[in-house]
Design a protein around this ligand. Structure first.
Ligand code: AMP
Ligand code: MG
Length: 476
């Protein structure tokens, strides 16, 4: 076994994009303890799980001692947060360790969250409490299993140091995550704001090479990101995912979901649902997500203007033209996805479906899963999910006439999603009682979300009617 200190990192970001990072070191972790390790992801990355469990492995996963091949940096970015522009956000409590090139050639960032204050920390303490890091681990891995492009979670290591939040002290932790890259819309906003067009051009070329190699110009990069994000948000909508903090610094160029802070899943299908205590106006509510993605992509287009054409007017015209493609891409992805969910190829059925969902607000996940029972001849379970079951009958009849494929539906409609009450219950046990078993169970269930299993019924159920309304807090 080679030592963790001999893991070979590459550093193309640092090599190519001087001006977009600050070299920085992690804060000490006085008593590191491995809480979760994603062994299968480790192997996919070409890492040896046993090696990551050693003291050297924990030093790497907390950033306190990294291999010679790694250069830890805090990345710079700007961003619109809830619509307001901040010229300097950046990794306030995170470090990019480097890039791992897997045996299959895939390049992924290894990134640590909660590794201490950086020059971008502003007022923050640079730390992360265990609960929110476990939350990101559980939900990002669930998203991956659901087939949604996402950053992934490699490990959570408790640092041995308490972190103070509104609720009181919590164990501190570092999340080690991987991503296709950490380039964000906000990275382009930061580069554009420097006024250094050569830097902006280098960033665009880097993004093309790493994520959208088919794009042969900045304009085509813009188009590729618009398409990737339209398809991503369509996937979120189909599984009832509410990101919760769709600021431009939390939107990737790769098209992966990133930054699982106040995110949550719908129980009832209600477009006005939002969960985040800091989103007082519901700006990032479930039903607003496609429109917000388009708004963020308009900001991306603005950052790209100097690369799109020689004259500003011409550049604006080109960007505007590209951005109109968002609606087409989104609607096409939405319709494709919902047709798969209802197991037919008849777009005429979608209007009625959307009206039913908006009007009856059934449990989003169960509605589609129980619809396959109806495809097999038993309409009882799906009708039972509606306040007024008769509202469904006319649509059910035309849908069944279209010949839905129940098995195909079961392959795309999950039984198990990280429902809020289940996640909270598991995190509570881990943080308050130091009992990791509920988190382990939940991870195991969510790793195979499409196979209904006996004995796991409670993982498929929404919170009961007496459950308090669910809220996510920003004390992350
Ligand atoms: P987020 O909303 O988690 O994407 O974070 C927004 C910005 O706040 C980013 O620049 C983060 O690095 C920074 N940030 C969040 N929490 C902390 C913290 N505890 N200490 C320092 N910076 C933080
Ligand atoms: Mg963020």
């Amino acid at each position: 076994m080679t030592a963790a200190t001999e893991i070979a990192f590459e550093n193309t970001f640092v090599r190519d994009l001087d001006g977009l990072f600050v070299p920085w070191q992690a804060a000490p972790a006085p008593d590191p303890r491995l809480v979760l390790l994603n062994e299968s992801l480790a192997r996919e990355l070409g890492l040896d799980p046993a090696q990551l469990r050693t003291p050297d492995g924990l030093a790497l996963l907390t950033g306190t001692a990294v291999p010679d091949s790694a250069t830890t940096v805090a990345q710079a970015y700007a961003g619109h947060q809830f619509g307001n522009y901040s010229p300097r956000l950046g990794d306030g409590r995170a470090l990019l360790v480097g890039e791992l090139v897997a045996p299959d050639g895939t390049r992924r960032d290894l990134h640590l969250k909660g590794s201490g204050r950086t020059p971008f920390a502003r007022g923050g303490d640079g730390k992360a409490p265990l609960g929110p890091m476990l939350r990101e681990y559980v939900i990002s891995e669930a998203m991956h299993a659901l087939g949604v492009p996402s950053t992934r979670s490699l490990a959570v290591v408790a640092t041995g140091e308490p972190v103070l939040r509104e609720r009181g002290p919590e164990p501190g932790a570092v999340l080690a995550r991987t991503a296709a890259s950490h380039l964000r819309v906000g990275t382009f906003q930061f580069a554009a704001a420097t006024g250094d067009t050569a830097l902006l051009r280098r960033l665009a070329e880097y993004a093309v090479a790493r994520h959208h190699p088919g794009a042969s110009s900045p304009r085509e990069l813009y188009r590729a990101v618009i398409t990737a994000q339209a398809e991503l948000v369509a996937r979120w909508m189909q599984i009832g995912f509410v990101h919760g903090v769709m600021n431009t610094d939390n939107m990737t160029i790769s098209g992966e979901t990133i930054d699982y802070g106040p995110c949550a899943f719908l129980d009832a299908h209600d477009p006005a649902t939002w969960f985040s205590s800091i989103d007082s106006g519901g700006r990032y509510a479930y039903g607003n997500q496609p429109g917000i993605a388009q708004w963020n992509l308009a900001r991306f287009g603005e950052a790209l203007l100097p690369l799109l054409a020689d004259s500003q007017d011409e550049a604006v015209e080109l960007a505007t033209e590209e951005l109109t493609g968002f609606a087409d891409s989104y609607l096409a992805a939405r319709d494709r996805g919902y047709l798969a969910k209802i197991g037919v190829g008849t777009p005429e059925l979608l209007g009625g479906l959307f009206a039913l969902l908006a009007d009856q607000r059934p449990d989003h996940t169960l509605f589609f899963r129980r619809l396959s029972d109806a495809a097999r001849g038993d309409t009882g379970p799906v009708r039972a999910l509606l306040g007024d079951p008769t509202a469904l009958d006319a649509w059910l009849e035309s849908w069944r006439a279209a010949g839905p494929d129940a098995d195909a539906m079961d392959r795309v409609n999950p039984v198990y999603v990280p429902r809020n009450h289940l996640v909270e219950e598991a995190l509570g046990a881990a943080v308050v009682d130091g009992d990791l078993e509920p988190v382990q169970w939940l991870l195991q269930v969510l790793a195979d979300p499409f196979t209904e299993r006996e004995g796991y019924e409670r993982y498929a159920q929404p919170a009961g009617p007496d459950a308090p309304p669910f809220m996510t807090f920003c004390g992350t």
